[in-house]
Design a protein around this ligand. Structure first.
Ligand code: FES
Length: 366
């Protein structure tokens, strides 16, 4: 993490002006925000991170909702601009506004970058990396690939992307430019699930069995230092199964889920909640304690007193509400946003956590 990001502790909203909106596909745009000089250090980001936007949802301009969108540009500790990819979701509350109504010159509240998807530690010199992405999952992986290839002259990257059709594939030009720049070090394989003319291993839906056959034909799987899986829950689950079947250790697999529509429903409460419990939380250096209401999630309790508490999806997917569990025990409904090492280190998602002990303490600044 950059020192600026480390000092920041948790993400904070600032108003940023839309500098440009570029159509990528009939249902997706790239939105570029201008970052004023005094905020550039605060918006320094690691490849793979995302921004949460507060987007108007009503006609009177009063109501709003939050959504996270991944940054597609290469890692930058002090960016003058930030670009995110936004695909329109049918009946979505926010993405139709971004795709059809948002215009250059408008201002939106944008959270400073958050998210743990991406490179961990120092990349292996001359290392091989691989990615399996579906649909808009290309967005953060474009940033990761461009960063790795740009900074490490011997790094190699194999990108397997799955899209419904060539028309619906986001960032085609950017991937082609990257391929032109690094023809020997970037390998791109595209699978189009709805195009009949395609044949062979990449035809149709990429499932675990097909990936377990395809990947060894593309690269020496055992030599790959890191795998990045990004897209809908079903594809990530299949890709992880395929990689595990090939003997890839879980620690080399990094995942970011974009849609959990096809994920199993959260486990029902096991009746382990204490009758009364108290939450203590530290946020931006200030601490407070509050009684928890029956069935309440920790984030909701914090938000009653501290509306500046960081969150975006509230669904256990984006990781914006990540906090360190200092004391006590919690039960999480879902935790798709945390890697196994983060869970082992004691991090939890406040939006998914219920108390198991009478005293629970969270630190959002760690
Ligand atoms: S707000 Fe997204 S994981 Fe909690």
């Amino acid at each position: 993490m950059t020192s600026a990001a480390a000092r920041r502790g948790h993400a904070v909203f600032h108003d940023l002006k839309v500098a440009d909106i570029r159509r990528l596909t009939p249902d997706a745009v790239a939105v570029t925000f201008a970052v004023p000089p005094e905020l550039r250090a605060a918006y320094g980001f690691r490849a793979g991170q995302h921004l949460a936007l507060r987007i108007p949802t009503g006609t009177d301009g009063g109501a709003s909702d939050r959504r996270t969108y991944s940054i597609c540009s290469p890692e930058d500790p002090e960016p003058a601009e930030l670009t995110v990819g936004v695909r329109e979701v049918a009946d979505g509350a926010c993405s139709p506004y971004v795709n059809r109504r948002l215009a250059p010159g408008e201002t939106l509240p944008v959270l400073t970058p958050a998210g743990r998807f991406g490179l961990r530690g120092t990349p292996v010199p001359g290392g091989r990396y691989g990615a399996v992405v579906g649909g808009s999952g290309i967005t953060p992986v474009l940033s990761i690939a461009a960063t790795l290839l740009g900074r490490h002259p011997r790094a190699r990257f194999c990108l397997v992307r799955s899209d419904r059709s060539a028309d619906s594939a986001m960032f085609l030009e950017e991937v082609a430019d990257l391929k032109d720049r690094y023809p020997d070090r970037l390998q791109v394989v595209q699978s189009l699930s709805r195009e009949e003319q395609q044949a062979g291993l990449t035809a149709g839906r990429l499932d675990a069995a097909r990936l377990a056959e395809l990947l060894p034909a593309l690269l020496p799987v055992a030599e790959v230092a890191g795998w990045f899986l990004c897209g809908p829950f079903g594809l990530i689950q299949q890709a992880e199964r395929g990689l595990r079947a090939l003997g890839v250790p879980r620690g080399r697999i990094h995942e970011e889920i974009f849609h959990v529509d096809d994920a199993p429903a959260p486990e029902p409460a096991a009746g382990d909640a204490p009758e009364h419990s108290t939450l203590t939380a530290t946020l931006a250096g200030r601490s407070g304690s509050w009684p928890l209401r029956p069935g309440e999630k920790l984030l909701d309790a914090v938000l009653r007193a501290r509306p500046d508490a960081p969150y975006a999806c509230r669904g256990g997917v984006c990781g914006t509400c990540r906090a360190f569990l200092v004391r006590g025990e919690v039960r999480m409904d879902r935790s798709y946003a945390l890697e196994p090492d983060e869970l082992a280190a004691g991090y939890v998602l406040a939006c998914q956590s219920h108390p198991v002990t009478e005293q629970v303490e969270l630190d959002f600044d760690r």
